[in-house]
Write a protein that binds this ligand. Structure first.
Ligand code: G6P
Length: 475
């Protein structure tokens, strides 16, 4: 039995299964997970997560009660849930990633999608089952009065389900995404939007990355659920219980990031990149190939900038790292192709024998990303909507003289906006102008802004973010 429990879809480790049946363990991906995996080892934390792959399922089946630590893995205390693959697929791909992610990032293309039909109802049942599996495991593992921290849109229903089983627990839910305003959230069928909102209200505390997303959540609870919201106190009263809303803007552990960025594999990527680009200025972007990251408009803005400013031809290179993500979804496969097409157009129009205006990398390589950060003159972060965006925080830590072009729709804008060059992510011409302004920003100004960006980016590193929320659950 544990006194602190974390729950998230993606856990701190994952496994790959070789043809001969051997399993290789890797640290889990994603900013939040990698930031917290070490902390979870130190504290008395049990991490409950889902098996995501055949490798994970095979590891779980070899571990007593799904406890990876008890099977001898160096994971910290982790229980991985072997949810049936079809249920997992419907809950993760169809509901979490195609519906809830789309709603909260305002991604729907409303003439054609969404369509809530009988098939969706089946998918929704799987989402309920997936959440119930987490609630059950947490109820089994939690000591009396334990604190349970449930993460993200995959697990929106789990807080209320767990509350029914274990009223003694102190439960928090944290949303790492934006939250949609009520007029958009109400695209969802009424019973489903009510179940999602009241699912989170099963928690004692509901956490968000910015005041803007917290406020949108409170609006949804008031308008769609009829809950009583006290905005000054940040409380929501519903069905005899009160949930406190908190804002915890996750930041970066600057020392740990630098320690990794000084390793030899990063240095050799830097040498190779420098050989390739010479002394040209670098505009860098690093993203998952994710619809909300707005990569196509970013490339169009670069193209516009090259058209407007021929004096920069041969003197600048755009390094665009767009790593594979969620390829089970057709929208993501199509988007990846659109990114590729747009890159080819730029190369065809401007590239020549002695100048590659654009280097697009689509294979994930963390060491190469760190090398790119360290060499960046301009960092472009232009999501159409983003919970926080840790790239906007990592870049300024590693590149003290880098100018940041930042979307006003990224959560990070509330902390970094004053020192970044802010853009409307839909405004391609505006973004093109900002790229130019960033390139010509005087050195002294870059240094001044860079110092403030770094201070903001490291203000709430993951271990403090975690500790603050644990402490808040005690009050
Ligand atoms: C976002 C979510 C995370 C998620 C990550 C990667 O940042 O907030 O919960 O893990 O995207 O997405 P994936 O679907 O690959 O886990």
């Amino acid at each position: 039995m544990n006194t602190v429990l974390m729950a998230s879809n993606r856990g701190p480790v994952s496994f790959t299964l070789a043809d001969d049946g051997t399993l290789t363990m890797r640290r889990g991906g994603g900013g939040m997970v990698s930031g917290l995996s070490e902390i979870a080892k130190d504290a008395d934390v049990l991490w409950v997560c889902a098996a995501l792959s055949d490798g994970d399922r095979s590891a779980v089946r070899r571990a007593p009660g799904g406890r990876l630590d008890q099977a001898g893995y160096d994971t910290g205390a982790v229980r991985m849930l072997d949810i049936p693959p079809a249920t997992f697929h419907r809950a993760y791909n169809a509901v979490a990633n195609s519906t809830l992610w789309f709603v909260n990032h305002l991604l729907y293309d409303t003439p054609n999608s969404p369509q809530f039909d009988t098939r969706f109802r089946r998918e929704w049942e799987s989402y309920q089952d997936y959440n119930a599996a987490f609630a059950l495991a947490l109820a089994e593992e939690a000591a009396h009065g334990a604190r349970v921290m449930i993460q993200d849109y995959h697990l929106t229903l789990a807080p209320a389900m767990l509350r029914v089983e274990r009223p003694d627990l102190r439960i928090s839910h944290f949303s790492h995404t934006p939250w949609a305003p009520p007029e958009y959230f109400s695209l969802l069928p009424d019973d489903i939007s009510a179940e999602l909102l009241s699912g989170i209200l099963g928690a004692d505390r509901a956490g968000f990355l910015t005041a803007r997303w917290a406020s949108a959540f409170m609006d949804c609870c008031e308008v769609l659920l009829g809950a009583r919201v006290d905005r000054a106190a940040r409380t929501i009263a519903y069905e005899g219980r009160t949930t406190h809303v908190g804002v915890h803007p996750l930041g970066v552990d600057g020392d740990a990031l630098w320690a990794r960025a000084l390793e030899p594999d990063v240095e050799s990527h830097m040498t190779a990149l420098r050989e390739r680009v010479g002394d040209k200025k670098l505009i860098v972007r690093i993203d998952r190939t994710e619809l909300s990251k707005n990569i196509v408009r970013g490339l169009l803005a670069y193209k516009q900038f090259l058209t407007d400013h021929p004096e920069w031809h041969g003197k600048v290179v755009h390094l665009a790292f767009a790593y594979p993500s969620r390829h089970d979804l057709p929208e993501y496969r199509e988007y990846t192709a659109a990114v590729q097409r747009c890159a080819t157009e730029i190369e065809d129009e401007f590239g020549g024998e002695d100048w590659d205006p654009l280097i697009l990398n689509v294979n994930d390589d963390y060491a190469r990303s760190l090398a790119a950060y360290r060499m960046a003159d301009v960092l472009l972060v232009n999501p159409i909507r983003d919970g926080m965006n840790l790239v906007a925080k990592e870049g300024p830590i590693l590149a003290p003289h880098c100018a940041l072009v930042l979307s006003r729709e990224a959560g990070a804008a509330s902390e970094l906006g004053a020192d970044a060059l802010m853009v409307n992510p839909y405004d391609v011409s505006g973004t093109a102008n900002a790229l130019h302004d960033a390139l010509v920003l005087p050195e002294e100004e870059r240094a001044k802004r860079g110092a403030r960006l770094r201070a903001a980016a490291t203000a709430l590193p993951p271990h403090r973010w975690f500790a603050d929320q644990l402490a808040a659950l005690d009050t």
